[in-house]
Write a protein that binds this ligand. Structure first.
Ligand SMILES: Cc1cc2nc3c(=O)[nH]c(=O)nc-3n(C[C@H](O)[C@H](O)[C@H](O)COP(=O)(O)O)c2cc1C
Length: 531
C-alpha cells in the first residue's frame, strides 16, 4: 500500500486544487484532508510500526480495534456463559446483587447439564431454614488471645496502589456496613483503609507498612500498627495464585507520590517485591515468624497465604507444625486461576496449582497430620456466587474470600486494563480524573449489598440441602458429571484422608514420596540437603 498511498494522495490533491480553481471555497476541504495527509506521511516515514509504514492512515484502525477488543468481545461476541475470566452470567449476578435489582433467571438454565464437568448439589426433601447471620466462622487457635468471628465471604487481598483510594475506601466502608473483613493486600495499611471496617493486614515480602530502610521487617513498626482495633487478623503472604514465586508487581505508572511514601519505594520505576521472605527460609522459621507476629500483635490470629506448588514443601510446614506445636490460625489457599493487578503471562497461565486440587490437598495434609480442627482454611479463586462458596466449603474450605467479584461490586466492567493505570471505572487506576468516577458513598452500599445477597444465597442453598450451617458441608454433597453417562460426588473423585493418616508408619501411596522427602528444617528435598 505504500505506492498506492502516494498515488491516492497525489490524486486527491490534484482533485482539490482543480475543483478549487473553479470553486475557490472548496480549498477549505484541506482543513480535513490536510491533517490526514500529514498523518499518512508520518506513518509512511516512521520506523517503529510496520503496519503503519505499509498501510498509512488505515493501519490505525488495527490499533483502534485492538484497544476496544475486550469491549467488542463483551458486547457482541461472547455468550452468557463463555466470557473470560468471568462470564457475562457471573458478572451480571454480581452487578444485580450489588444493586439489589432483579437477580432471577428467566426460562431456565442456559448451562449444558450433560457436558462433562457440569456440577451440582443435591437438595433434600426436608429443607431447613438458615439465618444468613449465623454463617460465621471463628478463627483463632490455642495460642491466639483475640479470636475473630469471620463472615464466610470476605474481601481478598488487594493493595492501595493496585486499587485506587476510592476503591479502598468503598471496600472498607462496605465491609463495615456488612460486618465482613477487608484484606489490605501487601501494600500496607493506608489511611484509606481506616474507615472502620474489619481489616486483615497482609504482610508480603516487601514488608510494606512495617519495613526497615533496607527492606527488612521492622518489628517495632509492626507492633505499633497491629495494635489498631480495626486490624483483626494478620496474613503472611507467601505467594498468590496469579504469579506464585514471583513477588508483587506495582507498575511504575501507578506509583504516585503518596504510594511511594507509604511503601518507601522510589517513583518512576516498577516495584517488584522480592519473591521470598527475608525473615525466614525454613518451615520452622516460618512458624517462628507466625508466633512472633502473633506475640507482637498482642495475640491476634495470624495466618499464611499461599498458592500450592511443590507438595513436599507444604507437607514440610505441616510436619513442622506437628513437631513444634506452633501453627498459623488460618491458611488462605489461592488457586492459580486467581486474579492480579499485573503479572507475567507465563506465571498467570502456567505456574501454580488450580484451586480445587490445591484446596483438597491442603485440607488432606492438615487432616493427615491431625491439624485440621486447629486451623481454618480460607479459599479464593474466581468465587463470585453462593454456589461458588458452597462448592469451596464442600471440598475443604471453612470460608472464602473474593477479589475480582468485589471489584465488580465496585463497578469493574472487566475491561482488562488493571496493569495500565487506565481502568475506565476508577477501580485500578491512580489517575485522579478516573478515580473521581468511583463515588465512594454509592459503591460502599453496593459492596455491602453484594456481600449480603451472596451470603443469603448460600443460606438458601444449604437450606435447600437440609443443612443448617456451612460447617456441615461435605465432599459428597457436591456432584460432578465425569463422563457422558457417569456422575460422581467429590468424595468419590478425590481421596479424602482419615484424621492422623500421615502420622502412621504406613503412609498412603499418593503421599509417601512427598512426605518422606519433607523435612522441617529446610524447604529443600531431603536428598538435596547434605549434598
Ligand atoms: C487488582 C488485584 C490486586 C491484588 N493484590 C494482591 C495482593 O496485594 N496480595 C495478594 O496476596 N493477592 C493479591 N491479589 C490476589 C487476590 O487477593 C486473590 O487471591 C485472587 O485474585 C483470587 O481471587 P479472585 O479470583 O476472587 O479474584 C490481587 C488481585 C487483584 C485482582
Amino acid at each position: 500500500m505504500r505506492k498506492e498511498f502516494l498515488i491516492i494522495v497525489a490524486v486527491i490533491l490534484l482533485m482539490i486544487f482543480s475543483i478549487s480553481y473553479v470553486y475557490p471555497p472548496f480549498l477549505w476541504s484541506l482543513i480535513i484532508v490536510g491533517p490526514l495527509i500529514i498523518l499518512g506521511f508520518w506513518d509512511y516515514f516512521q520506523h517503529k510500526r510496520a503496519v503503519l509504514r505499509n498501510f498509512p492512515i488505515i493501519g490505525h484502525f488495527r490499533y483502534l480495534f485492538e484497544m476496544i477488543r475486550p469491549e467488542i468481545n463483551q458486547y457482541f461476541v461472547e455468550s452468557n456463559t463463555d466470557g473470560v475470566p468471568f462470564s457475562r452470567e457471573q458478572r451480571s449476578v454480581v452487578y444485580q446483587r450489588a444493586k439489589k435489582v432483579l437477580d432471577t433467571l428467566p426460562f431456565g438454565s442456559q448451562m449444558d447439564m450433560y457436558e462433562v464437568g457440569y456440577e451440582w448439589i443435591n437438595h433434600s426433601l426436608a429443607p431447613a431454614h438458615v439465618d444468613p447471620k449465623s454463617l460465621r466462622v471463628v478463627i483463632g487457635g490455642s495460642e491466639c488471645k483475640k479470636p475473630y468471628s469471620a463472615s464466610i465471604l470476605n474481601v481478598s487481598a488487594m493493595s492501595f496502589g493496585a486499587l485506587s483510594k476510592n476503591a479502598i475506601m468503598a471496600l472498607n466502608q462496605g465491609a463495615k456496613m456488612g460486618n465482613f473483613a477487608h484484606n489490605t493486600g501487601e501494600g500496607g495499611f493506608s489511611k484509606y483503609h481506616q474507615m472502620g471496617g474489619d481489616i486483615i493486614w497482609q504482610i508480603g515480602t516487601g514488608y510494606f507498612g512495617c519495613r526497615t530502610e533496607d527492606g527488612g521487617f521492622n518489628p517495632n513498626q509492626f507492633a505499633e500498627t497491629s495494635q489498631s482495633e480495626q486490624i483483626k487478623m494478620i496474613e503472611i503472604k507467601l505467594s498468590q495464585g496469579a504469579k506464585p514465586g514471583h513477588g508483587g508487581i506495582l507498575p511504575a505508572a501507578k506509583i504516585t507520590k503518596e504510594i511511594s511514601e507509604l511503601r518507601g519505594v522510589p517513583m518512576g520505576e516498577d516495584v517488584n517485591s522480592p519473591p521470598a521472605h527475608r525473615e525466614f527460609d525454613t518451615p520452622v522459621g516460618l512458624l517462628e515468624f507466625v508466633r512472633k507476629l502473633r506475640d507482637l500483635s498482642g495475640g491476634k490470629p495470624v495466618g499464611i497465604k499461599l498458592c500450592v506448588g511443590k507438595r513436599r514443601e507444604f507437607l514440610a510446614i505441616c510436619k513442622a507444625m506437628h513437631e513444634t506445636g506452633i501453627m498459623p490460625d488460618f491458611i488462605s489457599v489461592d488457586g492459580a486461576e486467581g486474579g492480579t493487578g499485573a503479572a507475567p503471562l507465563e506465571f498467570s497461565n502456567h505456574i501454580g496449582t488450580p484451586l480445587v486440587p490445591a484446596l483438597i490437598f491442603v485440607h488432606n495434609a492438615l487432616v493427615g497430620y491431625s491439624l485440621r480442627d486447629k486451623i481454618k482454611v480460607i479459599s479464593s479463586g474466581k468465587i463470585a456466587s453462593g454456589f461458588g462458596i458452597v462448592k469451596q466449603i464442600c471440598i475443604g474450605a471453612d470460608l472464602c474470600s473474593s477479589a475480582r467479584a468485589m471489584m465488580m461490586a465496585l463497578g469493574c466492567i472487566q475491561a482488562l486494563r488493571c496493569n495500565t493505570n487506565l481502568c475506565p471505572v476508577g477501580v485500578t487506576t491512580q489517575i485522579p480524573n478516573l478515580v473521581a468516577g468511583l463515588v465512594v458513598s454509592d459503591k460502599k452500599v453496593r459492596v455491602a449489598a453484594y456481600h449480603e445477597e451472596t451470603v443469603e444465597s448460600v443460606s438458601d442453598l444449604i437450606g435447600a440441602m437440609g443443612i443448617s450451617h456451612t460447617d456441615d458441608l461435605k465432599p459428597w454433597h457436591l456432584m460432578k458429571r465425569v463422563g457422558p453417562n457417569e456422575t460422581k460426588h467429590y468424595g468419590e473423585i478425590f481421596r479424602y484422608l482419615e484424621d492422623g493418616e500421615l502420622l502412621s508408619e504406613d503412609l498412603p501411596i499418593d503421599f509417601k514420596r512427598a512426605c518422606d522427602a519433607a523435612v522441617t528444617y529446610s524447604f529443600r528435598h531431603i536428598n538435596d540437603i547434605n549434598v
